[in-house]
Design a protein around this ligand. Sequence first.
Ligand SMILES: Nc1ncnc2c1ncn2[C@@H]1O[C@H](COP(=O)(O)OP(=O)(O)OP(=O)(O)O)[C@@H](O)[C@H]1O
Ligand SMILES: [Mg+2]
Length: 312
Amino acid sequence: MINFSQVSKFFAGKAVVRDLNLHIAKGEFTVLIGTSGSGKSTTLKMINRLVEHDRGQITFADEPIEKLRAQDLRRRMGYAIQSIGLFPHWTVEQNIATVPQLLKWPKTKIRDRVTELMELLSLNPEQFRHRYPHQLSGGQQQRVGVARALAADPEVLLMDEPFGALDPVTRATLQKEIARIHQLSGRTIVLVTHDIDEALGLADRIVLLSDGQIVQQGTPLELLTQPATPFVRDFFGRSELGIKLLSLASVGERTRRGETAEGEPVLASISLREALSIFVARHTERLPVIDDNQRLIGVLHFADLVAEREAL
Ligand SMILES: Nc1ncnc2c1ncn2[C@@H]1O[C@H](COP(=O)(O)OP(=O)(O)OP(=O)(O)O)[C@@H](O)[C@H]1O
Ligand SMILES: [Mg+2]
């Protein structure tokens, strides 16, 4: 869906993104992660042409992006950032409706869509629809930002640290919301973060950037268990705390009930730490789970190991 081929970007003669090759498949949840200044935001902004690339080629749905009008491109891609200027003199409803308004949707369709999105993001429509941004908490404002990005059902959702500066509880709620939206809609999502556990929990594929280049890309499991360089190992090693905490919880607590998967089942009573070793040994992302009576009760997903570690 989105393809980078040998893409570079220079600021003041210095390459901040160098020879980037990146393929983002339709429906995939890609997380760009890396240290501060590594080029994550620049990479994201090149996708919707908020920043124009200097070398190489970026295509969207097989078309070079410079052939598309920036304005059209941005309507096809929702964009949410941490410090998003919600328009201060517009109500929540008007803010969320920005793109549908531009697209001249009928009034009733806009109103229904706003209601739907507010419910999706757990913002009571009656209570919040007519409020102004300054009458909302930070977390509520960020949810409005995400709702706005989703409003016109864009093909791609670009998010730059959309949950930054939130308390861990609100953050976890919004992460779950995004994971649910992704599962429901199958939309292509590119998210920038420097929160390792957020990346491990949400991503289908993680792209680790350092100094404007890709150090490694792969599934969360691959990056955790097969780091390509000591830098990658150190980077993800900081998630060790989460792995230690996994010893405290059992597989049964994280099992998705009623699902089925291939392979030799594991017992619901073993610890998540033990389950992690089995994931690694078998190079799998799903394990069928049985209870003490050998009855199949569901499936443990690798992503669920790391997704909610703060709940442990
Ligand atoms: N408009 C600009 N003009 C000059 N330099 C810029 C500009 N935008 C970004 N840079 C530089 O490019 C590099 C990459 O910036 P970028 O914002 O992409 O990093 P990042 O990975 O998103 O970092 P952070 O985690 O701090 O948000 C940095 O060194 C930054 O100073
Ligand atoms: Mg950034």
